[in-house]
Design a protein around this ligand. Structure first.
Ligand code: PAF
Length: 280
């Protein structure tokens, strides 16, 4: 496994693999590699002959006052974890992805507007721009993204369709701790007390999905779920919505594919999660 830090070298490596007839799959990450990332890497390995994992903490997806400075960074530990997992051909770890005079961004609309888009208006512009640039540096056949960031996946699918990008996006189900908490680099921020409360997020989503399946009135069921989260110790809920899985439009007649999506705060830590009404 090699570590590549420049876009020229990265493109050359991918070019030589393509020339040899090998397919390439990219796993974009911001590092702080955990079992969730390793599952994405595993899926990439099933999908293509060559696998590249990118590690870059993208400043443009953090607003002022968010956790860019404190976001966990430990390249050596990440490299060891990826090496131990095996089957990765290259880590792409650019120093920066933006030139001094960078002034061009992708502004996703549509699926990017509700929920995360409303709570963090800068976020999807930063994500779409960096992922577009990564796709230029690593011209892979496919890329794997986790369903934990369900709206991010929808935004990136929209971008790939709208901008005719020749890449196949692969969605991977959320990997969870035994108690149901979705794996996330931000879980490191939780105190012991908050960590004890955190699994209630997914438990509440699962209960809410069951109640909707059983015919509960959607608005009332969502309100009850929000009240449960606040009673359990969550400090604030940015949204808890029922949306269709493709367009992320508000759903009023729940079908099995519709999804509950939530963002809620424990102290200074913002957790997101989602689940399908039909389970998963
Ligand atoms: O999901 C993430 O880790 C990031 O948003 C991504 C896709 C690597 C872009 O920085």
């Amino acid at each position: 496994m090699t570590v590549i830090t420049t876009s020229d070298e990265m493109r050359r490596a991918v070019g030589s693999w393509h020339a040899a007839g090998d397919t390439v799959c990219l796993v974009p990450t911001m590092g702080s590699i955990h079992a969730g990332h390793l599952a994405l890497i595993d899926a990439a390995r099933q999908a293509a002959r060559r696998v590249v994992v990118s590690i870059y903490v993208n400043p443009t997806q953090f607003a002022a006052g968010e956790d860019f400075a404190s976001y966990p960074r430990n390249f050596q530990a990440d490299q060891q974890a990826i090496d131990a997992a095996g089957g990765v051909d290259a880590i792409y770890a650019p120093q920066t992805m933006y030139g001094d005079n960078h002034a061009t961004s992708i502004l996703p609309a549509g699926v990017a507007q509700p929920m995360e888009g409303a709570s963090r208006p800068h976020f999807f512009t930063g994500v779409a721009t960096i992922v577009f640039k990564l796709f230029q540096h690593v011209p892979a056949n496919c890329a794997v993204f986790g369903e934990k960031d369900f709206q991010q996946l929808a935004v990136l699918r929209q971008m790939v369709t709208d901008l005719d990008l020749p890449i196949n996006l692969i969605a991977h189900p959320t990997i969870r701790e035994a108690d149901g908490l979705a794996l996330s680099s931000r879980n490191h921020y939780l105190s012991a007390g908050q960590r004890a409360i955190a699994p209630i997020l997914y438990q509440t989503l699962s209960t809410c999905a069951g109640e909707i399946r059983a015919g509960g009135v959607i608005d009332e069921t969502l309100d009850t779920a929000k009240a449960r989260l606040l009673a359990a110790g969550f400090d604030k809920i940015d949204y808890l919505d029922l949306r269709d899985a493709v367009h992320l439009a508000t759903s009023t007649d729940a079908s099995a594919d519709d999804r509950l999506l939530v963002a809620a705060w424990l102290g200074e830590t913002r957790l997101i999660d989602n689940c399908a009404i039909g389970g998963g």
